[in-house]
Design a protein around this ligand. Structure first.
Ligand SMILES: Nc1ncnc2c1ncn2[C@@H]1O[C@H](COP(=O)(O)OP(=O)(O)OP(=O)(O)O)[C@@H](O)[C@H]1O
Length: 588
């Protein structure tokens, strides 16, 4: 069932994370470009301030005309005042495009999840997929925002500052080019040790969370056996560990902050004194203003470069998330529907012709040589021990999996040539577990049928024996199932799902009967509702209830993937074979 096509050409196989990121942001490149321009302008005070300070100091020391000082002050004041509107504009441009790109990625992922085959979903945990849509996209957003905010800030400071130094004191340029990276490396190394300890602390806190969770879950057992002291001693160990790693981290934090501060300031003082000596001796025409500018720039440039280096893990984590999201977007496990015949009408005749299915994972046939011709309107009950292949037959019929041998004919047409999405409009599936989603009763019953009116919904509820209890809910049809969900009994939930199936008015009905027993009255109501649902439709039911089995037109007894017996209840009983033995076991 896998197809090698890619989703609307969105992501080519083998595409790198950076290219995928490029594709994601391509529609927003204008806004992003605008954001960068606005950023450079709004951020300019950081590298212009040392220059302005230098001009002011020189005006005082060298008794230069005051006009220069006024111009410099005026320019910097103007830039400072417009910083506020420019910053807002920048946030709109950058964060606007990042959030939009993130939303588009989430939407593409959700669309893809709907397109991927059931086989893929069975293999992949829902938690993993949820993390991709929620957390990975957030990590990508954070990466782009942080890289732009912090990274661009650092880059403009470095480029702007180096340019100014290059123009005003070019002799110092080679010195800065060597000192700044070396000093940044020292600061980075200090911070890295902090990161490692942060990680240890985080693990310890996570461990604590797990322990607290375990402790609260075990409270009934602990109480029942009088083991409170024991449980608390177990917690004490964990608490002590968190305490000592927290204290270690705090100490290290203090050490790193202080060492970085002392180091940067010593470097600044040394640099200040050295450049002051150069100015004092009148070498290279360095002025007092240049000395102030150079030492101010040294510190900002060093912290900027260190910040830039610190972005590496953020970027690699972000790119990993891009890769993780691309994995889903590039998975070829799609249902192969493209170009196949649309189904506009279903009569309901189904013909299994020597159908076999082997799951990739096991390599053993789950269904073998399954041959069965079903007439329109017939009810077929599939019975057999666990693992006999009953669910596999249903999944073949829904088209979740394809026959690995033989074929299934629908009204005389091979299902392999049909667009399954259009075929499924004519079927209803009632699963074992009644699945209701967070919405009102009306939304749950009319799921996928926004045009269904009240009369139709109420009729479906009535036929499903559900109208009475729905009318007694606080808001009737508008009652939220999530709020009241816990209060709906298993039988009531089943009847709502049956009402949903009735409203769809399917030609083909696929039922997986719940194995868990309901109380007698509830059971009777569900049974009655099912009988109405089945009437006039071709029905396949994995049957556990004796009444369903007895009422079926034919019973198919399965064992190890193969059909053992077929026939109506009475005839099979008379045959005294596999069905009779199963039945005897059931009744006994
Ligand atoms: N997704 C799957 N991947 C691999 N093997 C599977 C998968 N689903 C079912 N099988 C295997 O196929 C065989 C038939 O399983 P199937 O679920 O169709 O049986 P069943 O009769 O419906 O059983 P039950 O009554 O317990 O639901 C079993 O051996 C099962 O382990």
């Amino acid at each position: 069932m896998a197809s090698s096509e890619t989703p609307r050409g969105r992501h080519d196989p083998g595409e790198g994370a950076l290219r995928a990121l490029g594709r994601l942001f391509r529609p927003h490149r204008r806004r992003l470009g605008g954001a960068l321009v606005v950023f450079v302008v709004k951020h300019s005070p950081v590298w212009l301030l040392p220059l302005v300070t230098a001009t002011i100091v020189d005006t005082v020391v060298l008794r230069l005309p005051l006009a220069g000082m006024w111009v410099a002050t005026g320019v910097i004041m103007l830039i400072l005042v417009v910083n506020y509107p420019l910053h807002l504009f920048y946030v709109r441009l950058l964060h606007g495009s990042v959030r939009r790109a993130g939303t588009e990625l989430r939407s593409a992922l959700c669309t893809r999840l709907q397109e991927l085959s059931i086989g893929y979903h069975n293999r992949t945990s829902a938690g993993v997929l949820q993390a991709k849509v929620v957390r990975d996209v957030e990590t990508v957003e954070q990466m782009v925002q942080q890289t732009t905010d912090t990274g661009m800030g650092a880059i403009t400071v470095l480029v702007g500052g180096l340019t100014i130094v290059g123009v005003r004191a070019p002799q110092f340029l080679p010195l800065l080019v060597v000192i700044v990276p070396l000093a940044s490396l020292v600061v980075m190394r200090l911070r890295t040790s902090l990161r490692d300890h942060n990680e240890v602390f985080r693990h310890d806190v996570e461990h604590l969370a797990a322990r607290v969770n375990e402790m609260t879950q075990l409270i009934p057992v602990t109480r029942a056996h009088g083991l409170e002291g024991h449980a608390l001693r177990r917690m004490d160990d964990t608490l002590r560990r968190v305490l000592s790693s927290g204290l270690r981290l705090d100490l290290l934090n203090g050490r790193v902050a202080s060492l970085s501060w002392v180091f940067l300031n010593i470097l600044g003082v040394v640099f200040l004194t050295a450049s002051a000596l150069v100015a004092y001796h009148g070498v290279w025409g360095i002025t007092a203003g240049d000395v102030v500018m150079l030492s101010a720039f040294l510190t900002t440039a060093t912290t900027s470069l260190a910040t830039l280096m610190a972005l590496a893990p953020v970027i690699s984590k972000g790119l990993e998330s891009v890769r993780s999201a691309s994995e889903v977007l590039r998975t070829p496990a799609l249902e192969d529907n493209e170009g196949k015949a649309e189904v506009t009408r279903v009569g309901g005749a189904v013909d299994f012709q020597a159908v076999g299915h082997v799951y990739d994972q096991t390599g053993r046939p789950a269904v073998r040589d399954f041959t069965l011709s079903v007439a329109t309107g017939e009810t077929i009950a599939l019975v057999g021990p666990s693992g006999a292949g009953k669910s596999t037959v249903l999944n073949l019929l829904i088209g979740f999996i394809r026959p690995t041998s033989g074929r299934i004919m629908l009204d005389g047409v091979d299902m392999a040539g049909l667009d399954l999405r259009t075929y499924r409009r004519f079927i209803s599936v009632v699963p074992q577990e009644p699945i209701l989603f967070d919405g009102t009763v009306r939304e749950n019953v009319a799921f996928g049928m926004p045009d269904a009116d009240d009369t139709a919904i109420r009729a479906a509820l009535r036929d499903a024996n559900a109208l009475d209890f729905v009318d007694h809910l606080p808001d009737g049809l508008e009652t939220s199932v999530a709020d009241r969900g816990a209060h709906l009994s298993g039988g009531q939930r089943q009847r709502l799902v049956i009402a949903r199936a009735l409203l769809r008015d399917p030609r083909l009905l696929i039922l997986d009967e719940a194995t868990s027993a309901l109380d007698t009255q509830s059971e009777a109501l569900v049974q009655q509702a099912l009988a109405r649902l089945v009437r006039g439709r071709t029905t396949f039911v994995v049957a556990h209830r004796l009444s369903t089995i007895r009422d079926a037109d034919r019973i198919v007894v399965m064992q190890d993937g193969a059909i053992q017996e077929i026939g109506p209840h009475d005839e099979l009983l008379r045959r005294d074979g596999a069905y009779a033995r199963l039945h005897a076991g059931h009744v006994a």
